[in-house]
Design a protein around this ligand. Structure first.
Ligand SMILES: [Zn+2]
Length: 198
């Protein structure tokens, strides 16, 4: 049997969030998916940029405004090129702006498929450390991911935390959303609790 004492997890979403809003063709609130394409409209020197969303029922379009009537000189030329090339990373950046999207839509779906890319390392520590890396924020709860990784229930996690076996750094509630560089320590590698065997 092998014991690791540092586990890192990169949280990689597999899709962009869908949004709920009124579809003018369906004449009701429906779900829209991100087409992963920009629409750029240049009128004289004034530029409009949108990310194009489509209704899942009728393919009707909703344009998510990124820039409205902005002088072309005010847009970084690198960024402008990314709009023109439908650069995936740039589209995703805007597609994960939950706060902004929530102002424009009725709802933004947080139910996103994701992959946990795991690395197991040995550091000769008496404790087990779990570290998270996530580039995109989509309201993923800490206890949900931890329960998945450790293969235990959320109530067991709570028990481990109350007993001082499981500690969050920074010290925040497990109900909060996961963020980049969050670290979890399991004292004594959690071995007494039989939660972490390989
Ligand atoms: Zn529609």
């Amino acid at each position: 049997m092998c014991f690791y004492d540092l586990l890192t997890y990169e949280i990689i979403p597999q899709e962009t969030p869908n949004v709920i809003r009124n579809c003018s063709k369906c004449k009701r609130d429906t779900e829209f998916y991100c087409s992963e394409k920009f629409r750029v409209n240049a009128n004289q020197k004034m530029v409009d940029v949108w990310v194009v969303y489509n209704c899942i029922h009728c393919e009707g379009t909703w344009n998510y405004p990124i820039f409205s009537r902005v002088h072309v000189n005010k847009i970084n030329s690198n960024l402008y090129q990314k709009f023109m090339n439908n650069d995936r990373e740039t589209v995703w950046y805007y597609a994960f702006q939950f706060n902004h999207l929530r102002k424009l839509c009725n709802e933004v779906s947080t139910n996103i498929r994701y992959e946990l890319r795991e690395k197991r390392l040995e550091t000769n520590s008496n404790n087990l450390t779990i570290k998270f890396y996530c580039k995109y924020d989509f309201d993923l709860r800490i206890d949900k991911v931890l329960a998945e990784i450790l293969g235990v229930s959320r109530s067991t996690l709570k028990k481990l935390e109350l007993e001082g076996i499981l500690m969050l750094n920074p010290k925040i509630s497990m109900k909060k959303k996961i963020f980049d560089n969050l670290q979890i320590t399991l004292v004594g590698k959690g071995l007494d609790f039989n939660v972490f065997h390989y």
